[in-house]
Write a protein that binds this ligand. Structure first.
Ligand SMILES: Cc1cc2nc3c(=O)[nH]c(=O)nc-3n(C[C@H](O)[C@H](O)[C@H](O)COP(=O)(O)OP(=O)(O)OC[C@H]3O[C@@H](n4cnc5c(N)ncnc54)[C@H](O)[C@@H]3O)c2cc1C
Length: 336
């Protein structure tokens, strides 16, 4: 059981910055995110896009902003449970919460902050008839640790950056023993540089490129050992493989958050703007996941909400202590 002061569900920009604000009050945080890396929408959807409305930065790329937020919160040594979704929040007799993930990891704290953004990102699954039979038995929708594919035969499907970049990475780093990239069309949606690199690797015989084709069925007995690829004109061919990795992007859905007894309005959690608390005492909702009159889904607004919410959390954890606001210039940033 992981014990902390504040469990933050969602390691997007708002969750990460809240670690810093909580740290200034000497409160420790542990973040849970269903994605394998921190950063929320910024890392997952638009890492290279410039953002122009972060105070003090006339322009900053989304991925760089996340790196800077991580560096800013680092002195407060946040814990991370990544690649796992929070599915359950139970209350204990000693007025604390236990948050359990889909993989069974448990976290205990007196405060829960939901910074879940648009919700859990779920993979877009291709229409392969027996796909779900092989999930985690050779089929993966996210590459969490490339070393998992060391010396394996891998079939990647997709035409966007994710499919192109992972195919290049697994080949250039001599990880996959054999890599096949299957794509429905003859042209790719990804970055031109990446498309060119895949073409070069295919010409060099390092990637088997199969375009205008789709994976239609999977084979194996309890564990994947082949895929059937149907080509638009050449018909079907069976290819031996250890892994099938369809990378068709991720779509957000509020997911388990909707089942936690919280007041939901327009797919978001209703909060009291006094401190961004929800209808369940001790549970707060900050960032894109909440709603109130005048709500703006902006990073800047989420930072403010997290800052206010940790003040309220402090009062709940330490009802006998008075917290006097001091500027960081006066107090410094004293990590744990
Ligand atoms: C293309 C695009 C451009 C944008 N440009 C700007 C801009 O220029 N300026 C600006 O201010 N805003 C911009 N935004 C909006 C901005 O990205 C959001 O306001 C911001 O990401 C909200 O941060 P967050 O931390 O609240 O949520 P998110 O970034 O959505 O992060 C939430 C995290 O919670 C996780 N999560 C959810 N549910 C669970 C669960 N049950 N268990 C575990 N993890 C969970 C998700 O996996 C996710 O990583 C843009 C958005 C998009 C899509």
């Amino acid at each position: 059981m992981i014990q902390t002061d504040i469990i933050i569900i969602g390691a997007g920009p708002v969750g990460i910055f809240t670690v810093f604000e909580a740290g200034l009050l000497k409160l420790r945080c542990h973040l849970i995110d269903s994605l394998p890396q921190p950063g929320g929408q910024l890392t997952e959807i638009y890492p290279k896009k410039p953002i122009y409305d972060i105070p003090g930065y006339p322009t900053v790329d989304a991925g760089d902003l996340i790196d800077k937020l991580m560096a800013q919160s680092a002195p407060f040594k946040p814990g991370f449970t990544l690649g796992e979704s929070a599915v359950k929040i139970d209350e204990t007799e000693d007025n604390q919460f236990i948050v359990t993930t889909n993989k069974g990891t448990q976290h205990k704290a007196p405060i829960v902050m939901i910074a879940g953004g648009l919700g859990v990102f779920e993979p877009r699954k291709p229409p392969v008839e027996n796909l779900e039979n092989f999930e985690d038995k050779g089929v993966e929708y996210i590459i969490r640790d490339p070393k998992f594919y060391q010396d394996k035969k891998v079939v990647v499907a997709g035409g966007g950056d994710s499919a192109l970049d992972w195919s290049i990475y697994l080949v250039e780093n001599k990880i996959a023993k054999e890599l096949t990239l299957v794509h429905r069309n003859s042209s790719f949606r990804g970055h031109l540089d990446s498309v060119q690199k895949v073409m070069d690797l295919a010409d060099a015989g390092k990637i088997k490129l199969v375009t205008e084709a789709e994976v239609v069925t999977l084979g194996g007995n309890g564990k994947l050992n082949s895929v059937t690829i149907r080509h638009n004109t050449l018909g079907e061919q069976v290819a031996a493989t250890d892994h099938f990795v369809p990378l068709f992007g991720l779509k957000p859905s509020l997911g388990p958050i909707a089942d936690w007894g919280l007041e939901i309005e327009k797919s978001a959690i209703k909060v009291d703007t006094k401190d961004y608390s929800t209808n369940r005492k001790g549970i707060y909702a900050i960032g894109d996941v909440n709603t109130y009159e005048g709500k703006l889904k902006l990073i800047l607004c989420g930072f403010h909400e997290g800052t206010i919410a940790v003040q309220s959390a402090f009062a709940r954890i330490h009802p006998d202590k008075k917290n006097v606001l001091k500027y960081t210039t006066v107090n410094g940033v004293n990590g744990f």
